[in-house]
Design a protein around this ligand. Structure first.
Ligand code: COA
Length: 177
């Protein structure tokens, strides 16, 4: 499954991504805002993640993608939607992928795919209370803030953090995003 808007291209993670995933998941911003990421982040963690992505595609439990620059093929970040009783999205950018609008574009592409091809009716997105950059992505992609979710985000050490809950419902024909 490959999605593109001409600026970013989304494709499923591959074994050859492993070193880039290790490097990117060691980035302090990703470590700070994704408290469930292993620390230190090792090659085995990236190999596990890529294997999990393959299983998720096989059993349709999630749709994980690597985000590429369409012009150069450079890897910029990852994004995924986890489907089930409720659907939620998660994402990160490598440092070199930030500050160019790539994640807002990737999220819009993923949402369109989820609504049109997966029959998803509503998507949730949870951010730490002070993750302003991620909240900006959510708002630009059309999510609306729906309050605080107590203890929603788990850390690798088991502690829990409150989160802001953003929601996006399937657009009506006259609406859109
Ligand atoms: C959250 C995260 C993905 C946001 O990255 P980002 O680069 O700010 O988001 P976007 O890709 O939407 O880019 C928007 C930025 O690009 C800028 N930009 C530059 N050129 C642009 C263009 N042509 N089009 C749109 N935006 C552009 C925008 O001005 C904006 O920067 P600003 O907020 O300083 O004004 C990133 O900070 C990250 O990886 N954080 C760590 C992991 C994380 O928090 N994940 C989410 C957990 S909930």
């Amino acid at each position: 499954m490959v999605l593109t808007d001409g600026f970013v291209t989304l494709r499923p993670p591959e074994d050859s991504d492993v070193e880039w995933v290790v490097r990117s998941c060691r980035d302090p911003e990703n470590q700070r805002w994704l408290p469930l990421l292993p620390h230190p982040y090792e090659r085995a963690d990236a190999e596990w993640w890529i294997g999990r992505c393959k299983r998720a595609w096989a059993d349709s439990s999630a749709a994980p993608f690597v985000v590429l620059d369409s012009a150069t093929g450079d890897r910029l970040g990852t994004i995924e939607i986890r489907t089930g009783t409720s659907a939620d999205v998660g994402y990160w950018l490598a440092p070199e992928g930030r500050g160019r609008g790539a994640m807002t574009r990737a999220l819009r592409l993923l949402l369109r795919y989820s609504f049109e091809e997966r029959g998803v009716a509503q998507v949730e997105l949870f951010t730490l209370l002070d993750n302003v950059r991620s909240q900006g992505v959510a708002e630009r992609a059309g999510f609306r803030l729906d309050g605080t979710a107590e203890g929603k985000i788990e850390s690798r050490d088991g502690t829990r953090h409150d989160a802001l809950r953003f929601v996006l419902r399937v657009p009506t024909k006259s609406g859109g995003w």
